[in-house]
Write a protein that binds this ligand. Sequence first.
Ligand code: 1BN
Ligand code: ZN
Length: 339
Amino acid sequence: MKFVNKLYAKAARQKNAALLCALLCLGLFAACRGAKDASASAQNPTPVSRPALNPADFDPAPGTPAALKVSGERAFKTLKEFVVLGPRYVGSKGHEMAERYIVDHLQGAEIEQDHFNAQTVLGQFPMDNIIAKFPGKKDGILVIAGHYDTNYPLKNTSFIGANDGGSNVGLMLEIAAALREHGNDGYSVWLVFTDGEEAMKTWSDQDSVYGSKQLAARWAKDGTADKVKAFLLLDMIGDKDLHLEQDANSTPWLAEVVRRAGARAGRQAVFSNRVNGIEDDHLPFRAVGIPVDDIIDLDYGFDNIYHHTTEDTPDKCSAQSLQAVGDIVMETLRALNTH
Ligand code: 1BN
Ligand code: ZN
């Protein structure tokens, strides 16, 4: 009996060990799958969809207060003052000065600095997304975003990105000044100055939009993403000869709200019929379910000849183009606030 018991106990121990081993293997397998899924979703911005809305529903009713006004002249002056700091590639002295310039010009807003270490294809780099928050009276957030870093592979040149990283900063700081001066009755507006948009070597899912990947992941985790009603990205909006693309990667209903707002603001002439699937800072936010629109002109100079070259200087940009985009963005905020 004892012997049988012993045998039984041994068999039971073996069975338990096998069970434990199977459970451990299963756990390990699930953990591996989880890690694989997480990395796949970070790299492959498959959109998490919210229901499509009807753009015409955002046309403001007669009598709705006018949009806030911004000055293209002042935005252009800021662009020039900003890019004179020199190249702003990550890790540079100019980058530090650019961070300081932006923060100094946001005084009066609630500022959040999202410092993090990005693991890039060239190793670890400190980066910093800067977020200025203008609280509103409605429950929800409208984001206006754009990057401030300059192209890293051009770090040994005089590249200052007047259009690429400078134009959006000029206009975003002008929008900040308007919100500070006139207040905000609508949804909260967050101005997000993203870092590490540029590739360190060659643009790919892995090597680009480092700041946006970090911030979108954080917003998905802490619930902020669910509160963001719309994300408007401004990139390369200063070109004297402005033609905004139709981006196939933007959320269609939001892109149409922007176009209708542009037409109401009398700015339909700057919209081009050229369709492009653009990879940019908006994709990580789209991947976490936020409706996005990339307001961008990717034809800078004949055949995009100035893009990512030392020819990207303020003389190729204009106050008129910044005024046009400013009018479009402010009318879009007015439209989005109708809901
Ligand atoms: C825009 C400005 N981009 C980089 N600087 C995004 C982009 C990358 C656009 C590759 C076109 C091609
Ligand atoms: Zn660029």
